[in-house]
Design a protein around this ligand. Sequence first.
Ligand code: ATP
Ligand code: MG
Length: 322
Amino acid sequence: MVRHVFVGGKGGVGKTTIAAAHAYNCAGDGLETLLVSTDPAHSVGDLFDQSFGDEPRSVEGVDGLSAMEIDPDEEVSRHLQEIRGKLSEQVSAAMVNEVDSQIEMAHGTPGAYEAALFDRFVTVMRDAEGYDRIVFDTSPTGGTLRLLSLPDHLEGWIDRLATKRRRSIDRYERAAIGDREPRRVLEGDPILAHLEDRKEFFEFAGDTLREDAAFVLVFNPDSLSIRETERTIDRLEEQDLTVHGLVANRLTPEPEPHEEGRGARYLRDRVETERKRLETARERLSPPILGTVESRVAEIRGDRLADVASDLDLGIERDDRR
Ligand SMILES: Nc1ncnc2c1ncn2[C@@H]1O[C@H](COP(=O)(O)OP(=O)(O)OP(=O)(O)O)[C@@H](O)[C@H]1O
Ligand SMILES: [Mg+2]
């Protein structure tokens, strides 16, 4: 069964909107659904006119739907704090300051931001119980895509580190003869145990993303967006992740046949251009276009979300995987 749905696409194409609309539909179909947002700007809070936090909270007025907002900045701080705690237990007092200053530096690196968010996603996938479907409004492009390859990279890295660690413990034991030094045994070594934990965590992440997740990409009917989508599909496939389908968002509505004048002519031309672009998208991109959503006059929130949701049927069954 597909429990996790990731809604990707480049900035501003409508990921949060489409993720929320899909989650809304899932809840309507009787699936206990959790919507996870990482977007501090256009948050699910705005969409439902309700505030959400780091833990799932029921969406008022929508049965079976809960939502949570992950604040990427807070995640980085928490993540680094955790690392600081773990390291401080394991190094000498003299090293603690050094650890602190290294961690301060790590705070500013772009990798820290992504790593922390990814950790949080995986934790939600692993620990959020009682949901039939979890919808992430995240974007598998650029940095996030690199994160998806982390399980593989890290697995090798952790294996190598663990081997080195075993070797160094071995040497340490041989050097620390007699009772001058406490003997550290491999069994129960806290650093190795931690590395093993991390490896299992990323193994779980990789398996879940490949076997129990559907990726949906949102695009707008312009050439740039279609090219971006093509690249994203390729990059996802490099990670053995199949894109379930695409959603074309913000299509121009067609005027009624009797409508004439400059505005109507503009709209007809625009509709025709977009029709050709969608044709191109169908030819060039292997995943099917599962949904098309017209442009609304105003931003999507409140009742307009239900309206968008009624345009959208992603057809991701609970046991449907491509
Ligand atoms: N079909 C639509 N008609 C009208 N407005 C839309 C439509 N889809 C999205 N919008 C509006 O466009 C803006 C951007 O949409 P949204 O926040 O969903 O994009 P996003 O891809 O999540 O953006 P970001 O990359 O910044 O996270 C929002 O104000 C949203 O209400
Ligand atoms: Mg968003």
